[in-house]
Design a protein around this ligand. Sequence first.
Ligand code: HEC
Ligand code: HEC
Ligand code: HEC
Ligand code: HEC
Length: 151
Amino acid sequence: MPPQLKRLIPIFIVFIGLFLLIRHFLVPDTFGEYGHYRGNALIDISSKELVHASKSMCVDCHDDIQAIIENDVHAGLSCVICHGPGLAHVNDPTPENILKQGTRDFCGKCHEINAARPADVITQIDLSEHNIETNDCIDCHNPHEVWAGIE
Ligand code: HEC
Ligand code: HEC
Ligand code: HEC
Ligand code: HEC
């Protein structure tokens, strides 16, 4: 073995030893319990308050809306995309605790011209030109049945 390698070996051993020592103190106790993550992270996450409802929860009470939207262009969207997370409203249904987003800014999040989004997937309009005389998109388009009364 060349002499310079002999001198390097103890240095390597010291570094590997240091690495193992520091690793021992830095890696959380429950790391690796279930997989390549901190096991206790599951407890942290599951103790968070739930805020999101599912579409089926909304449809339980609002099947009239579902009957309309399921035959229209927005059938594939979940209710909570436009109405906000909604679980507070599911637990205590009042008109005050649910959003109804139908502004130009909001609908524009999906429909505004965007070169990164294929126009054959979502129809794009130029927000600065498309019917700018009124404020909200829902002044003309019913969000559940977008062509009702216009075509
Ligand atoms: C347990 C039954 C129930 C569930 C579940 C429920 N709602 Fe409601 N919802 C109601 C009732 C009752 C009202 C109030 C009707 C009223 O007082 O005019 C209401 C009103 C609304 C309104 C109208 C608010 C307004 O300003 O008039 C919207 C929008 C709405 N719900 C959306 C949703 C969405 C989205 C979900 C799912 C996240 C949902 N609801 C789940 C019962 C329910
Ligand atoms: C594209 C966005 C969008 C989607 C998706 C959507 N809504 Fe709405 N919804 C609205 C807006 C905006 C209003 C307010 C309409 C208005 O005030 O003219 C509304 C109004 C309502 C109302 C009040 C009654 C009415 O007819 O105006 C209820 C109830 C409701 N939505 C339930 C639902 C449920 C349940 C779903 C899912 C099955 C759903 N919505 C999906 C945007 C949406
Ligand atoms: C989460 C994304 C999303 C949001 C938010 C959204 N839409 Fe849509 N919209 C779609 C998709 C997907 C379609 C179906 C594909 C298509 O025809 O563009 C659609 C279709 C439409 C169409 C029919 C387009 C056509 O070529 O026939 C109109 C009009 C429309 N949306 C209006 C609205 C209005 C008004 C709002 C706000 C209340 C809204 N959308 C919010 C995704 C969205
Ligand atoms: C004053 C009424 C009015 C308002 C406000 C309005 N629209 Fe329209 N929209 C129409 C009419 C009418 C058409 C069909 C003729 C056309 O394409 O201009 C249409 C067409 C569309 C189309 C289909 C375009 C295509 O190329 O096929 C989409 C998507 C759409 N609107 C979304 C929206 C969104 C999103 C908003 C809010 C930013 C909005 N509209 C505001 C009346 C309106």
